[in-house]
Design a protein around this ligand. Structure first.
Ligand SMILES: NC(=O)c1ccc[n+]([C@@H]2O[C@H](COP(=O)([O-])OP(=O)(O)OC[C@H]3O[C@@H](n4cnc5c(N)ncnc54)[C@H](OP(=O)(O)O)[C@@H]3O)[C@@H](O)[C@H]2O)c1
Length: 288
């Protein structure tokens, strides 16, 4: 989801996209298999690059619990190796991380700032925290961007807005965790902010997300309302009732003061503004 928006935002024809699967014109790169810098060199040395964006990752939070070793290779070891390669070539490197590096506990709730103490609860969160550490250790000038609940236009129609649209327009009840509090992020703003940080040669950890902290139920209700869906089909439940494999941070969310201090004119849109930008596009493109 983030990667396709990144490709849309970068100058057409000037981007070298990679995938673990074969795609026309794309380079094959499986982060799980990237163990040595020489592998990255064999793949990338012949290309004239000016930045590396590590957007790929094992993002299935529950799936990571079942395959912790694979999650570590994809989310931590591979990005660390790639960052080391970028450092050797003096290229900016961006690693996308997550609010799930925090525990969202009542005793230490969000919104978190960049220096807040990480304490991941899940294999996914642990692998991403290790990824951050490996990336910064092998490329001290790298950018680590933590984001959360990314929504917006997505050709793969994978994100939460699309799940809501499909379920609610089919008349299905959707159970939504009302105790997961976060700061939803419009994907186009995430990309815009990312490119701005790279242009400003920013380094280190930045939180990049929307400006409002809200529960998943409220977010789902706002989406339903904006897309003209039947919000009465949304049923608020506790996270515990969903019996998900991986524990989730509940009282979470990220704060973006550091980002806004560097870029005071940056517009990270509210959910209403983000949906205003993309609702018509999403409704027109969605296969229900
Ligand atoms: N979406 C969010 O709300 C959110 C929140 C916080 C952080 N993030 C972070 O943002 C980044 C992008 O997330 P996203 O929402 O765009 O996730 P996504 O839609 O699931 O995209 C992840 C991409 O990574 C690829 N991938 C998976 N395993 C790989 C491997 N072994 N080697 C190379 N590529 C692999 C996937 O390829 P396939 O298509 O082959 O599966 C997919 O294209 C991730 O690093 C994620 O941790 C996202």
């Amino acid at each position: 989801m983030v990667g396709t928006q990144m490709l849309a935002a970068l100058p057409g024809g000037a981007t070298l996209a990679t995938s673990r699967n074969a795609h026309d014109g794309w380079l094959m790169l499986d982060l799980a298999d990237l163990a040595q810098r020489s592998q990255a060199a064999a793949l990338l040395d012949s290309y004239d690059l000016n930045a590396v964006y590590c957007v790929g990752g094992m993002t299935n939070v529950d799936g990571c619990e079942a395959q912790p070793e694979l999650a570590q290779r994809v989310n931590a070891r591979g990005p660390g190796v790639l960052a080391g390669y970028a450092h050797r070539r003096r290229l900016p490197f961006v690693y996308f991380s997550t609010e799930y590096v925090f525990d969202g506990s009542e005793g230490d709730p969000g919104p978190y700032i960049e220096t807040s103490r990480p304490n991941p609860l899940s294999v996914y969160g642990k692998s991403k925290l290790e990824g951050e550490q490996r990336v910064l250790a092998s490329h001290p000038d790298a950018l680590v961007l933590r984001t959360t609940v990314v929504y917006g236009p997505d050709p793969g129609q994978k994100n939460y807005v699309y799940s809501l649209l499909r379920s609610l327009s089919a008349g299905n009840v959707m159970r939504v965790p009302e105790d997961q509090i976060s700061t939803p992020t419009y994907n186009r703003d995430l990309i815009h902010a990312t490119l701005g940080l790279v242009a400003a040669s920013a380094r280190g950890i930045f939180h990049v997300c929307g400006p409002e902290r809200m529960g998943r139920l409220e977010f789902a209700q706002r989406v339903a309302q904006r897309l003209g869906l039947d919000g009465s089909l949304l049923v608020g439940v506790s996270t515990a009732a969903l019996l998900q494999t991986a524990p989730r941070p509940l009282q979470a969310g990220l704060a973006i003061q550091k980002l806004l201090r560097l870029h005071p004119d940056l517009r990270m849109r509210t959910v209403a503004e983000g949906l205003e930008d993309c609702a018509a596009e999403i409704l027109a493109a969605t296969v229900r």
